[in-house]
Ligand binder design. Structure first.
Ligand SMILES: CCCCCCCCCCCCCCC[C@@H](O)[C@@H](N)CO
Length: 281
């Protein structure tokens, strides 16, 4: 797909009150795009909007309190945003949640809940936004995936599969939207320095900490920049940082070694835990 500018139209950003979403909103606003920030918490949204206005004086910024798991509310939020700032030309899907934990330790409802936010939450905004973009033959969507959507990461039993699903969706939509001149890009970041990382860190089983620690933590701005650059260049996928670039490009070749390594890390973690446990009876 040919390169395009991302500055000329309204940008709608889910997960816009913090982390990668907020960083993307700041970058887009600085380049002159009117920006709608969507997220659940109105107080955090207004603080985020203030931050964007400080970063980009004179920028047009509005907020849309939204739970992305509500499909009707998502369509309504998009309609209202377009009513105020015009057609959405750049859609950034950064709303997401995580809950580290091993398969048997996670509450069963976590699997569905994470799929609702990470997969259906993106779908609920993609559906109305892409319809408009296709009709206008203009626009681009950028999805925030994860390194955990490239390889099975032990300790992300509920979270990883949601990002695999998102990657499949992005690839399918990209093929369907290409004839309309509409771009779809997904980025795969490693751990990123966000409030979400701070919250999940204490919950990571040791094998997850070991594997995710193999890739350097990136800043939210680095990830947002990489995603926007990829979108502007019409890329299908963006692998953030050298480690994930290696994984993305050499994925199939690296996979056996990585599987061995993760299995070993998981076994070591289990053994250490058993050593700490008092003997049964
Ligand atoms: C020479 C290649 C080495 C490859 C090492 C790859 C390590 C793989 C790392 C996977 C990391 C997954 C990290 C997921 C992070 C987030 O999605 C998560 N923290 C969500 O909050």
């Amino acid at each position: 797909m040919s390169p395009r500018r991302l500055t000329d139209g309204h940008a709608f950003v889910s997960g816009g009150s913090s982390g990668i979403g907020l960083a993307a909103a700041e970058l887009l606003a600085r380049r002159g795009a009117p920006v709608t920030l969507a997220a659940r918490d109105p107080a955090r949204l207004s603080a985020a909007a203030e931050r964007v206005r400080r970063a980009a004086p004179g920028a047009r910024v509005r907020v849309a309190p939204l739970d992305v798991t509500d499909a009707e509310a998502a369509a309504r939020a998009l309609r209202e945003a377009e009513g105020e700032f015009g057609p959405v030309e750049t859609l950034i899907l950064s709303a997401g949640a995580t809950l580290p934990g091993r398969f048997e330790a996670l509450p069963p409802e976590a699997f569905r809940a994470l799929m609702e936010v990470n997969y259906f939450g993106a779908l609920n905004l993609l559906r109305p936004a892409l319809a408009g973009m296709r009709a206008r033959r203009r626009g681009a969507a950028g999805l925030v995936g994860s390194g955990a959507g490239l390889v099975g990461v032990p300790g992300y039993a509920a979270y990883g599969p949601t990002k695999f699903a998102l990657r499949g969706l992005a690839e399918t939509l990209r093929a369907e939207c290409a004839p309309f001149g509409v771009g779809v890009t997904i980025c795969h970041p490693p751990d990123t320095d966000t409030p979400q990382l701070a919250a999940e860190r204490p919950l990571k089983p040791p094998e997850l900490a070991a594997l995710s620690g193999a890739a350097r933590v990136r800043s939210a701005e680095e990830v947002a920049r990489a995603l926007l650059r990829g979108m502007a260049r019409g890329r299908a996928e963006v692998f953030v940082g050298a480690e994930l670039a290696a994984l993305g490009r050499l994925g199939d070749a690296l996979r056996p070694a990585l599987r061995l390594w993760t299995a070993r890390a998981a076994r070591r973690a289990r053994r250490a835990e058993q050593g700490r446990r008092p003997p049964p009876g």
